[in-house]
Design a protein around this ligand. Structure first.
Ligand SMILES: [Zn+2]
Length: 421
């Protein structure tokens, strides 16, 4: 794999692991943190120059291998580090830093809860490139009595003086930084087994019995995706956190789900897309992550398609066709706006809705077109081949093409050329 280049074309060091201690401040809606980051030189590459955005976070200390480095100048909203020549031969270096700030994005505070979503590099210092994966340890400094959820497995909490507790989480499977999610609050909690995995439900308002009822189809959805992926759920447990509003955000072993999106299931059981879509991301998006944002359609197009495929199996053919018809209507809005772009188009879209009409809706329609082109057994075998071959890694459109071509036994260049490139 070619090294990821910084804006100036030079190679960048890779983060192999982050250890973060984070203190969210409910009064100021700010954060302070201290981080230890294992930097790694890419195989066969120079160290190059580290350049990460700070997104308004203010560094108060910065050390590389125990030696102080100058802090970014006022107005310089990026972390820029030239690796000193003395360390050029080293394979790994430890970067330690402290910071504080009031994130503009990525964190949502309530009176007694906080949750992150997508923009991790606004509340911690990290590499925002999705194809760069790292292990993540998080220690949340919280008022006692709050429950938390975060990436990976919980470690024992530590009670501290001053009514605080340190709640610790560890994700040892490298993940993209945008998936380093967490939430904390006075949550109700329910836990239920699903095969050899655990489904964990948290809610701000709903009691455990209501949480179990609202998420009752989750074990079936989990089994459906494990079968289609040819791989079990990546982590031992998966948390769904029910929040007010309309949030729908996947994170590592965690999903944030807004009540406004979940409540329609009470009237119509087949309106279950939010549970299904976010759970599908644990494989497509999280376990296999787009190498850069121009391949984001692989995360979202596959997930929208898999949601439709779940509905077909659970609720019938008409439910599948309804999802495709909805995708067609959305794609049409992009066509009408003059933005019928190839799926891997890297340019800017005029709006989030138009971008989604391509990457989500057209993406799902393309996967359906592949399904019709290959026929059932070959298509699903191709999807399993793609998923299993790249599990834990990052992907680009050619990876899907190659997996599907292996099962088709012929070139799909024309079809991919028409939709993707
Ligand atoms: Zn999604």
């Amino acid at each position: 794999m070619a090294a990821l280049a910084a804006a100036d074309g030079r190679a960048q060091p890779q983060a192999a692991a982050y250890e973060l201690r984070l203190r969210p401040d409910f009064e100021t809606q700010g954060v302070s943190g201290s981080e230890r980051i294992v930097l790694r030189r890419r195989e066969g590459e120079d160290w190059g120059r580290l350049r990460w955005p700070l997104n308004g976070l203010r560094l108060t200390a910065l050390r590389l291998e125990g030696q102080d480095l100058p802090l970014p100048a006022a107005g310089e909203d990026a972390l820029l580090i030239e690796i000193p020549p003395a360390w050029r031969e080293r394979r790994e270096l430890i970067l330690a830093l402290r910071y504080e700030g009031r994130p503009r994005r990525g964190l949502t505070f309530g009176a007694q809860h906080v949750y992150s979503g997508f923009d991790s590099c606004h509340w911690m210092v990290c590499d925002p490139v999705p194809g760069t994966k790292a292990r993540f340890t998080l220690e949340l400094l919280l008022p006692q009595g709050l429950r938390s959820a975060a990436a990976g497995e919980p470690l024992a909490a530590v009670a501290l003086a001053g009514g605080l507790s340190l709640q610790r989480w560890r994700q040892q499977r490298p993940e993209a930084s945008y998936l380093f999610g967490f939430a904390a609050g006075r949550f109700h909690e329910a836990l239920e087994p699903a095969g050899d995995k655990w489904l964990h439900y948290l809610g701000l308002q709903d009691e455990p019995a209501a949480l179990r009822r609202k998420f009752r189809d989750s074990p079936r959805v989990l089994a459906f995706f494990a079968d289609k992926a040819g791989l079990p759920l990546p982590d031992a447990r998966y948390t769904q956190l029910l929040l007010p509003g309309s949030v729908a955000q996947e994170a590592s072993s965690l999903a944030l789900i807004g009540k406004q999106l979940l409540d329609p299931i009470e009237q119509d059981e087949s309106e279950d897309w939010v549970i299904v879509h976010e759970l599908a991301h644990q494989w497509w998006g999280n376990l296999l992550t787009c190498k850069d944002w121009s391949h984001f359609w692989l995360n979202e197009g596959l997930t929208v398609f898999m949601t439709a495929a779940w509905k077909q199996q659970r609720w019938g053919e008409a439910a599948y066709q309804r999802e495709l018809a909805l995708a067609r209507r959305r794609w049409q809005t992009a066509i009408d706006a003059g933005y019928d772009k190839p799926l891997s188009w890297a340019g800017d879209y005029p709006s989030l809705a138009i971008r989604r009409a391509i990457q989500y809706s057209k993406g799902a329609l393309f996967i359906d077109a592949l399904r019709r082109e290959l026929g059932e057994p070959r298509f699903w075998a191709g999807l399993r081949r793609y998923t299993r071959s790249h599990a834990g890694g990052s992907v680009e459109s050619r990876d899907l093409q190659r997996a599907m071509e292996r099962e088709a036994g012929r070139s799909l260049a024309e079809l991919f050329g028409r939709w993707v490139y």
